[in-house]
Write a protein that binds this ligand. Structure first.
Ligand SMILES: *Cc1c(COP(=O)(O)O)cnc(C)c1O
Length: 224
């Protein structure tokens, strides 16, 4: 089933979009099955769960952390995480830099932009994002690289609302890309938008990383 779902989704991806298979709450065996079907990028939301799964699975998996990351937990994933999607403060970026340095590596990060209507979704607004990117202390963080933006659309059936929000992410991404004052460790390449229910709309709005869980692995035991 997982294999078939995966192939179905891969066929619907646009040329520029890459798939992050969101395996949160799913067993190692399910990830292994997707791996054997060729999938290498997996997304997890919880630090402990990702740390538990990592040693049980092949070493060439790219582990994407897509949840809300607390500063005091960065150290657990810093040795192996491939991309951290939800960075929403300079403080967190500094801690990731510190832990990356300890592990003698550079960790790629996406800044999370808040575009949804819900109060509960994490992320920076446009002004906060621009302020962070203009912070003169950013260039000194040699062990991180900001490679793009991540966002979640409102949890709504209203397709126009979702499209408006994803377009907003794309516009802000393009504005940042065209800034001439960015430090070397900011290289805007990725837009991480789109989940099972809205990834088609996200791809129309420039998504390069779609994060898809339930359409591959089935419904989760508990709600997000
Ligand atoms: C759970 C989750 C997903 C995947 O959601 P599905 O609806 O199962 O595709 C994507 N992104 C984030 C941030 C998530 O927490």
């Amino acid at each position: 089933m997982i294999k078939e779902n995966l192939h179905t989704i891969l066929q619907t991806l646009s040329e520029n979009a890459n798939l992050v298979a969101v395996s949160k709450t799913k067993p190692v065996a399910a990830i292994q099955e997707a791996y054997e079907a060729g999938q290498r990028d997996f997304g997890e939301n919880y630090v402990q769960e990702m740390v538990d799964k990592h040693p049980q699975l092949p070493a060439d998996i790219h582990w994407h952390f897509i949840g809300h990351l607390q500063s005091n937990k960065v150290k657990y994933i810093a040795p192996f995480v491939y991309l951290i999607h939800g960075v929403d403060s300079f403080k967190l970026l500094k801690e990731i830099n510190k832990q990356a340095q300890k592990n003698d590596r550079v960790i790629d990060c996406l800044l999370q932009l808040h575009v949804a209507q819900e109060e509960t979704k994490f992320g920076l607004d446009e002004n906060e994002l621009n302020a962070l990117l203009s912070d003169p202390a950013l260039a000194a963080l040699k062990n991180i690289r900001v490679v793009g933006l991540m966002a979640m659309a409102s949890n709504t059936e209203d397709v126009n609302q979702i499209r408006t929000e994803f377009k907003q992410v794309q516009n802000i991404f393009q504005q940042i890309q065209s800034r001439g004052d960015l430090p070397q460790n900011v290289q805007m390449q990725h837009i991480s938008t789109g989940m099972s229910s809205d990834y088609q709309i996200a791809m129309e709005c420039g998504s390069t990383l779609v994060r898809i869980g339930s359409a591959i692995f089935g419904e989760r035991e508990y709600a997000r």
